[in-house]
Design a protein around this ligand. Structure first.
Ligand SMILES: [Zn+2]
Length: 339
């Protein structure tokens, strides 16, 4: 499923097939459960092949395979379903290919995130497993966590809390105030302080985002794009004949935008400065100040850079949308690059 729309289409198609199958047949189906394209069907042994043929018959591009129970049990998604004296029991199922590697406890992530990992693993073990198998599955979960360096006393403590909580609230529905999560990069110690400050506001929670992700580290292996090939940028062009600079933003490739500045007679501040003062701009010395894919934040960054630069020749109208609340901060950080 490569395309982002693929899972939605799969969902729609499977929903249609499910309705057709159940409405226009007389199969002896005790249970029909489906998660996207995984179906769990309980039926008689004579009918399973008929149902399979029926599903395959819908369209030659849609293929189904069948997996039957073995030793009274079958794996579905994250659980093993076990038929035990006409009663169905479940236990957490982990694929044999599972590497047992999860976020290491020694990794530079917030304590809260690591606690959440322990909690999630324990909750899944308890919720997806019937009481008969729970001790074994919990033992396996503890092994998985300790293998990844989670301290045993911490695991035991959380296990005790979660067992108490889940056994007492498995049926209860609790209504909670909606929480707003604010993602901020995780910086050890500083992030904890910010979290403490926000603690009294129960509807706001901080979600710690790892500061450096492997993806970002490795993307540096790629040769950097030459600046004139970059798009979605805020840029600055210096004047050849005075200290003035022009700040702009574009979604185009920088080289195309600069071509526009050189040849277009659109009444930009750059064009006016050129005509009114008989000055020219040094396009070769254009700098990229920021990169931002989305237009609104990019326009905002452009305004900040215009306001910050004492030598900016941009029109005042270029920053008319900048709220005055930023002025004090920006005035304090004004750059005096050239005088
Ligand atoms: Zn000039």
């Amino acid at each position: 499923m490569g395309s982002p729309i693929a899972s939605t289409i799969a969902q729609l198609v499977l929903e249609y097939l499910e309705e057709e199958l159940l409405a226009h047949s007389n199969y002896d189906i005790t249970i029909f459960k489906r998660y996207v394209d995984d179906c769990l069907i309980i039926t008689s042994e004579q009918q399973d092949q008929e149902i399979l043929a029926h599903l395959i018959g819908f369209h030659n591009k849609i293929q189904f395979t069948i997996e039957k129970e073995k030793n009274n049990s079958i794996n579905l998604l994250d659980i093993t379903i076990i038929r035990n004296n006409n009663k169905l029991e479940t236990k957490l199922y982990r694929k044999p290919t599972n590497t047992d590697r999860i976020l290491d406890y020694n990794s530079a992530h917030s304590e809260r995130q690591k606690r959440a990992i322990i909690t999630n693993y324990i909750d899944r073990a308890i919720k997806l497993t019937s009481p008969t198998y729970r001790p074994t599955i919990l033992e396996e979960t503890i092994t998985l966590l300790t293998k990844n360096n989670y301290p045993i006393n911490k695991i035991k403590r959380i296990l005790k809390q979660r067992t108490h909580k889940l056994y007492n609230t498995l049926d209860a529905t609790t209504k909670k105030e909606p929480t707003t999560y604010i993602p901020i990069p995780y910086i050890p110690q500083l992030s904890e302080k910010i979290e403490n400050i926000l603690r009294p506001y129960s509807s706001i929670k901080i979600a710690h985002r790892p500061h450096l992700q492997i993806k970002q580290e490795y993307s540096r292996l790629k040769a950097p794009t030459p600046k004139e090939e970059c798009s979605h940028v805020v840029y600055r062009i210096p004047c050849n004949d005075c200290a003035g600079v022009y700040v702009g933003q574009t979604q185009q490739k920088l080289k195309d935008r600069l071509k526009g500045h050189k040849y277009s007679k659109a009444p930009t501040a750059l064009y006016k400065h050129t005509i009114e003062n008989q000055h020219s701009f040094d396009f070769g010395k254009t700098e990229i100040l920021d990169k931002e894919k989305n237009r609104k934040p990019r326009e905002f960054l452009e305004m900040i850079h215009i306001k910050q630069d004492v030598n900016s020749i941009n029109d005042r109208t270029d920053i008319r949308n900048l709220s005055s609340i930023y002025s004090t901060i920006i005035d304090n950080t004004k750059k005096k690059r050239r005088t």
